[in-house]
Design a protein around this ligand. Structure first.
Ligand SMILES: C[S@@+](CC[C@H](N)C(=O)[O-])C[C@H]1O[C@@H](n2cnc3c(N)ncnc32)[C@H](O)[C@@H]1O
Length: 161
């Protein structure tokens, strides 16, 4: 599969899962949405459309988002996520979306040394994690993804008690 087709499949999987979460899954009534990897801000824009009224906090090492998709200053956290997001641990996020895979196995392996545990610490019990990388953590229960999402393309979890 070409990288273009792989990218399209990843974006479709991301959109399908986030739409499924917004339409079908109950989120904890309180708690922010955390966008882990703001990038261009396309997903941030999608999240604020799908979850109106929720605070959305976005993380990245630098601001590279399109001007139409820049979070308010208090909702934009710049720096290395494994460090900056620690300040949000225990605050009970309702949804964490993490799109920080690189396509390089060695780099993603380093990310996976901290992302699963961090995601678990960020979420409220009952909160949802949506991730482009698989998150292995004892408190993150894998959930089935919509039928349109190819296996192992994008991942969905709920934090158990
Ligand atoms: C694939 S892009 C996210 C795309 C985003 N979903 C969008 O709608 O454009 C991943 C982003 O995460 C950021 N990122 C990846 N790993 C990071 C880390 N450890 N700390 C801070 N930022 C990171 C990168 O700088 C990049 O902007």
């Amino acid at each position: 599969m070409s990288r273009l087709d792989s990218f399209i499949r990843r974006m479709k999987a991301q959109s399908d899962i986030l739409n499924y979460v917004s339409a079908e899954l109950a989120l904890p009534p309180e708690g922010a949405i955390l966008e882990v990897g703001l990038g261009n801000g396309r997903t941030f824009d999608h999240l604020r459309e799908r979850f109106p009224g929720r605070r959305i906090v976005a993380f990245d090492r630098a601001l590279v988002a399109h001007g139409s998709s820049v979070p308010a200053p208090e909702d934009l956290i710049l720096g290395e996520i494994d460090i900056t997001a620690q300040a949000f641990a225990g605050q009970g996020a309702a949804l964490v979306h993490a799109d920080i895979g690189t396509g390089y196995a060695d780099k993603d392996a380093v990310t996976l040394t901290w992302l699963p545990q961090l995601t678990s610490a960020l979420l409220a019990v009952g909160g949802i994690a949506v991730s482009g990388l698989p998150l292995e953590d004892s408190l993150l229960e894998p959930l089935p993804v919509p039928a349109s999402v190819p296996a192992d393309r994008y991942f969905l979890y709920r934090k158990r008690a």
